[in-house]
Design a protein around this ligand. Sequence first.
Ligand SMILES: *Cc1c(COP(=O)(O)O)cnc(C)c1O
Length: 470
Amino acid sequence: MSRENRFQALPSVERVLGHAAILELLRRAPRAVVVRAVRDAVAARREAIRRGRSPATPADLESIARETIARVEERLLLSLRPVLNATGVILHTNLGRAPLPEAAVEAVARVARQYVNLELDLSSGVRGSRMAHIEPLLCEILGARAALAVNNNAAAMLLALRTFAAGKEAVVSRGELVEIGGSFRIPEILEQAGVILREVGTTNKTRLRDYERAIGTATGLLLRVHPSNFALVGFTERVPRADLVRLARRKRVLLLEDVGSGALVDFTRYGLPEEPLARHALREGVPLVCASADKLLGGPQAGILAGSKRLVAEAKRNPMARALRLDKLSIAALEATLRLYRDPEALARTVPALRMLAEPAARVRARARRVLRGLGQGRASQSRAEVVACGAEVGGGSMPLARIPSYAVALRAARGAEALARALRTGSEPVLGRIESGRLLLDLRTVPDRDVPALIRALARVLDEEAPSR
Ligand SMILES: *Cc1c(COP(=O)(O)O)cnc(C)c1O
């Protein structure tokens, strides 16, 4: 067929819209979306013919209808969608960190579609504070006199810095000038808060007298930061918290501690390294602490600022607190998550992030074997799939050296691990794994039992594409 004839053979937009499958599609998709998809599909074929590539992409009615359906289905999918996290990184920042506890999900659903007493005191009928729903819980769990929750830990720190040290100096150890997650960098947060960075000590050693010498009339506060995502080994020295507390008191300057992960329980009970607890910092006399709520706390994205009544009240009064405040959905999720901490023994069941951290490796292995069996002999041998021992990670910048014993299904693909990873990532139920020495590893520590059928389904689909003869 000549090029001219091929152009003429292209179906019109009207004809495609009259195709039975498209008429069916119009019953479940908005007309405007379908018409646009048909136009795009026809235009793509016209362009292919113009470039002389038409034989590779048939321009008949059937194939254009099929392509239209694919385009519409892609457009109907929400951009933000669930994925299966088989990376073995429990608090994966790119995947939304902690999955919420069931109780929090229910709380969010309950308040989402209704009016709520967000800022109303029901007993008196007068205007209340949105913090009233979480402040008493935070105080109870952290042992704080007062507390506030804002958008995230970066926001909590920004608010504290702006409120207590704007135009003044924040004294920080050089060993604590960290970058976390690529966008949270202590020097830059200070700069944005209008606070002058006063670095003290060296990268590996900072002593009390380094802080002492830096304190003067320009000092706004002393800042202690948990260098959560890196470890310093060898000849190192960090000032003990208690010494810093005493120094701050003696010099009458504020001490702010960023404890990072928001851990509320002792993680050594799960065989993990010790994490600083906000409760301990406050008990040791730190007047103000800040932390994340969606890391080891296992709740929604939020930042907590806790400490003395006077300091928290002052931070609340800062107009910036209004700009950083939480909405009703986050407050609902945070309240429900915090309530779970009243029963610490049940946390490994009730908080998904903690459940994944605490699950015995043998159970993870059993789940990996279940996936392997679910694939069936043919697919398993085609991809040389096997269950392997591996190390999962906490993630979210916490406990960088901790390797949690885990198990994965390891796969090889004729097309290579990268291509296999891409195919799994771009399916309708995206799966994310990690590549290690040429194999794709799907770590089962971060895939809950209920997602095993979906994982098997996604794997089967992608492996069958690779071996169309099955
Ligand atoms: C993660 C982390 C932050 C940033 O917390 P976000 O809640 O992501 O804003 C700040 N400081 C420390 C020490 C952290 O570990």
